[in-house]
Design a protein around this ligand. Structure first.
Ligand code: ACO
Length: 433
């Protein structure tokens, strides 16, 4: 049946016609923009369970079918043949780069890697045990203080590109410095002779005492994980970036806010929580049945971390790729990690259990990603930082799309007020004890 042009809504005896919008993949929406002006009603949808906050041409995902495409290209193809930097270009500029476009893009990222020397001092003022996400989010915002020319609200396309490439290059340096600070080692400066990912790994793991060999297996694994994290349409952190950016706050402020949103254990913080959960199960003897029962118990706060997703009601396609990569990478690196066996057993057990089956709870992107990061030597508290670096081009692409939209509006949801109705102020001496 053809999609109707309008939906009819009957309210208080009157019928209103609301326009229907259809996306290129056949997703349908009822446009309620004018609903309040015409009816005095708003729509209520706590947690934005069923609210489209924007139209977007960046990423398509079908949670029922387990499909994820960046700018129309399936992630399976990008993971098999592309690199993180190429995917970054694709997400931000909407098409695969030509050789010339790509080499210019790469050059700019290579060239703008240094951070202001004074910024280094900030790192030393954080306590040694500070979570690297706390450092990263504040350092990204602090960057803006050193580049006042990059924070103008209305930038020309060239100025915007300048901000974007600096952001992509420098956040990686901040992340590596945050790590070095957390382990008490000297900062390693970016090296312009190295490609994006190798440069990052060198900043993370090189120490002055001995040369650091960049392992192509690790570069490839990191590239894969970053590609899989690169965008995921209007998730919590991306919506935060859009929300903050919609006030025309600069890109540094918007990304910093996105990093904070990602930190939560229900979002990007889950990759850290998964490995901590698996380690806990391992210490407890490796039996996962007890933990499945805990996850099902409504009186117990425990959840199976890395399981479930707001939009995937089928396998998260990213988890499928990561699970396979997990075996490959650990094999190639010659690592046997007992928590991988625990993860697989837990997954198998959960997928047979009616609680998880009925609620369509499958492993998500975070379930196996931490095991690869662990094999690479990245400490658990840096996992979410890795996620943030991977998600950066997605945040930027979504922010750019919004800022360039001539009809952009400041994000400002409404509410249904449930508090006290109008009442009088009573001075403190008359309030009693
Ligand atoms: N373990 C046990 N039960 C779960 C889990 C889980 N991991 N996830 C959801 N459920 C249950 C809920 O208790 C609820 O049960 P009920 O219907 O009996 O009340 C039902 O499944 C639906 O769950 P909601 O929390 O309502 O689903 P929502 O879409 O709001 O949440 C979320 C999605 C936050 C991802 C949730 O599944 C969760 O907390 N998962 C664990 C954390 C995690 O892995 N987060 C990473 C997500 S991926 C990402 O952000 C990159």
């Amino acid at each position: 049946m053809a999609t109707p042009k309008t939906a009819k809504l009957e309210l208080e005896g009157k019928v209103y016609e609301l326009p229907i919008i259809e996306g290129t993949e056949g997703e349908k929406a009822i446009d309620i923009t004018k609903l309040r002006a015409e009816t005095n009603y708003i729509t209520l949808d706590s947690g934005y369970m069923n609210t489209g906050a924007c139209t977007s041409a960046v990423t398509f995902l079908d949670g029922e079918k387990g499909v994820l495409r960046y700018r129309g290209i399936p992630i399976e193809e990008l993971c098999a043949s592309s690199t993180f930097l190429e995917v970054s270009f694709l997400l931000i500029y909407g098409h695969l780069p030509t050789t010339e476009e790509f080499s210019k893009f790469r050059e700019k990222i290579r060239y703008h890697s240094l951070i202001h020397e004074d910024l280094k001092n900030y790192f030393n003022n954080y306590p040694g045990q500070a979570h690297p996400m706390a450092i990263l989010s504040s350092m990204v915002c602090s960057l803006s203080a050193y580049y006042p020319e990059l924070i103008k609200a209305d930038q020309t396309p060239d100025e915007r590109d300048g901000t974007i490439t600096r952001m992509l290059s420098k956040v990686r340096v901040l992340a590596a410095f945050a790590y070095k600070r957390s382990v008490g080692q000297a900062f390693v400066y970016p090296r312009n002779d190295l490609m994006y990912m190798a440069n990052f790994l060198n900043m993370m793991f090189a120490v002055p005492a001995e040369p650091y060999e960049i392992d192509p297996v690790i570069v490839k694994a990191m590239d894969l994980l970053f590609i899989l994290h690169a965008d995921h349409e209007q998730n919590c952190s991306t919506s935060t970036v859009r929300m903050v950016g919609s006030s025309k706050a600069n890109l540094f402020a918007s990304i910093s806010a996105g990093i904070c949103a990602l930190w939560g254990p229900l979002h990007g913080g889950a990759n850290q929580e998964v490995v901590e959960m698996l380690e806990m199960i391992q210490k407890d003897g490796g039996g996962y049945k007890k933990y499945i029962d805990k996850a099902k118990d409504k009186n117990d706060n425990f959840r199976l971390m890395g399981f479930g997703h707001r939009v995937y009601k089928n396998f998260d396609p990213r988890a499928k790729i990561i699970k396979k990569a997990c075996d490959d990478v650990l094999n190639k690196l010659g690592i046997h990690d007992p928590i991988l066996e625990i993860a697989k057993g837990l997954e198998e057990e959960a997928l047979k259990d009616s609680y998880f089956v009925e609620r369509k709870l499958y492993p998500n992107v975070d379930f196996y990603s931490g095991i690869i990061y662990r094999a690479i030597g990245i400490p658990t508290n840096m996992f979410t930082v890795m996620f943030a670096l991977g998600r950066l081009p997605g945040w930027i692409g979504q922010w750019k799309e919004m800022i360039e939209d001539k009809n952009m509006k400041i994000c400002r949801p409404r509410q249904i007020y449930t508090g006290e109705v109008n009442r009088k102020y009573v001075p403190i001496e008359k309030r009693g004890s």
